[in-house]
Write a protein of this length. Sequence first.
Lengths: 653, 171, 103
Amino acid sequence: MDITIPILILAIPLFMFLLLGLGGVKMSPKLAGVLGTLGMGTVLVLSYYTAFTYFFSGNPLFVDGTDRLQFVAFNQTWLQFTDKLVIKLGFLLDPISAMMLIVIPTISFMVHLYSLGYMHGERGFQRYYAFLSLFSFSMLGLVVATNIFQMYIFWELVGASSFLLIGFYYTLPSAVAASKKAFIVTRFADLGFLIGILVLSYYTGTFDFKTLCSNPQAVFSSFGGATFMGASALTWALVLIFTGGMGKSAMMPLHIWLPDAMEGPTPVSALIHAATMVVAGVYLVARLFPLYLLEEASLMFVTVVGAVTAFYAAVVACTQIDIKRVLAFSTISQIAFMMVGLGVARPEIHEGLGYMASMFHLFTHAMFKALLFLGAGALIHAVHSNNYTAMGGLRKYMPVTHITFLIGCLAISGIPPFSGFFSKDEILSACYENHIFWGVWMTMVAGMTAFYMFRLYYLIFWWDDPDYEERAKENAHGHGHASLPHDAPWTMTLPLIILALISIVDGFIPFGKFVTWEGHEYTIHINWLYAGISIAVAVIAILLARHLYIRKNDNPKAMADSCRWLWEAAHRRFYWDEIYLFITRRIIFDGICKPIAWFDRHVIDGTMNGLAYVTNQASSAIKGFQSGKVQMYIWWYLIGALILGAVTAVCVL
Amino acid sequence: MESVGSIIIYLIIALSIIVFSVLTVTTRKILRAATYLLFTLFATAALYFKLDYEFLGSVQIAVYAGGIVVLFVFSILLTTKPGDNSEKLASRSRALGLVGAVAMAGVAAWALCSRCADLFTALPSMQNPTMHQIGTAMLGTGYGQYLLPFEAISVLLLACIIGGIVVARKR
Amino acid sequence: MEFTPVYYLIPSLVMFCCGVYGFLTRRNMIAMLISIELMLNAVDINFVVFNRYLFPGSMEGMMFTLFAIGIAAAETALAIAIIINLYRVAKNIDVHDITQMKF
């Protein structure tokens, strides 16, 4: 394959970032938006071309019989420190990166298009598009990384653009706090990632994915049985690398930044904090999966973290009021699903079914979660509030949003024939095949997913029927324009419709043919026993939600009151933020930082200030010596010389 | 045992050094001070002759007496106006200066006395350094030869000439 | 009577102390410069005397004195240039009146 197209895929978003970032203020917002969208459209076409060439051309570079190969389009040495410590930048094509080349530009293009309507008239419109391009560049660079260090570089770039976009409304204190929180938490996790990279490359002497993954046994033997605190060094390296993934993918206990990240503009939430960036952790584990397979313990760690997080997030999502928060927790839950899928994958169980299922779910989830977020954006745009209490009965006013949102809910709940069913079913099958406990656990979480999504759906579109005309009149006094909630302009509804169509059909993609862990083709066959269980659970959950929330009644409130403390705890996200605040404020700040600050301010600064004070006083005391009278100087000189001479005469001679 | 003539010559030299030095710093007229300095320098040159350093004595006369003192005289004439060429010294500052000078003399005498043996060696015989020897010593690079200081001095003199012109010229 | 070094060192010491006294008391800059010349001369005499008495075979003291005379000439010339310049600016060469040069 020619290297022009891979380079262009990375270069166009970067160029757009520079163009819009540096020249954006000189452009009209509309021009900047259209330019950014066109740039992303070009990338979309190019990466579709690349991915389809990879999957369907049958070129012996890409496929060997039925096995798909890893193909390096280019791999340029960037920094050479020593013989072994070489950092390269390159473009790796393999099944998962090709899949991501479809997912990222698709979602990114939809979001670019959607933002033309959603962000219309915002201050900093050009800046917004510049950041979106930066994000697209970093994310594409991340997925095509040929080595773990390139991945780390782009990983940090992604984090930086996420920070910039969460803090887009930087005049709001809450947005500033949220962006700081996201940055600090993920950076904290990235510390683990970096240490993991260093441990891994210290023992193996390479950063390269191809070298690492093509011969895992060599990697294993290069560790030579080094252990630390009872676990092998390889396990430590993998767990530490996974820590980075936990931060980015909002696994417990590093999940706290993601709900707050919803302070950013809603399309950003759709793009970064639902569809693409947060699955980077999953992608990382998938990328290093052959290494994880060497150490059962590290896969077990991944599974446990994923399962706990999935359950926790599902519980919390049932009690949130802010619709974006509900979606945020559902994102956490679904990413945890993918993690569990990877954690339970074993090559002996249907050729690593969990791996395929996890990637499949990543793909479908990206589509329907972007759809849900963009739909939520349309709702927020219409009623100017994030809370479902301000909504209700909206199905009459916003039919397009209603239908597409419903499709998204059905997809995430796992109702056939929508896409979520197929991918989630594969994950559940993999869980059951691994151990019945994981299967039951994840089925329960899947049921909760269906419940809270439909709770949200009914609360938004049915439930109450508030008098929007009355409210519009009130708003008219305040804001000067009166309007009923209505569907958004075509730039916003078109992405919704496209994503809804994708969510309906993409479950039928024979995903096993394209993405499996070693590149062998694998035909998905649905295990109807597991599928039946999960469908039944989902349908029951949906019916329960319908019964509770189809029209306004007091049952939900009564239920919450009957178990007040549990509801309150879930609503407050089980006090994770408070725990963090307690640890940081009370223990770290008060216990460690304040004494250090005191020491710095009083002892170190005091020493320096004291020196300066003494010097100052001494010089002002003796400044009279410099009188300008030469003969006074001579006198002092003579006295000094005489004393020296006398001392010499007495002591030496 | 020295000859009587030698003793007389020594006495003249020593007395004129002491007397003219004292007069140099005590006279109130600056032009006279320069004149007394000239006599002191001549006496020093005579002392060099007496110690068998003829070349040094000639240099002393040529450079000091002939060059520097003339410079002094010219500068004195340039910087003093008729009528203010005498300055009055306060008795207090005179006494203080005397104390300083005597203290200086005391310390120096003490230092001298601590090497008594050297102070009373007899005059050894010596071959007068010939011009050939001095020239070789000045332009050679071996042990006891001084080409490098010689060159350094020449550069220094050049710098002084340029510096003097720059500092003193009218702007 | 035998001339030992002390016979020469005592006039030199007197000369040096006269230089010190003059340097401390005279206010005319040229007079101070003259005092410096006196001190330099006293030192030169010492060099020569010690060379002559203690190391008659070598010429270090004499050469040193030669160079000292050269440097003294240079120094004097430059100092006088400065003094004349100062006189042009201040119309005065009394060191007590010239105290502004400390900055």
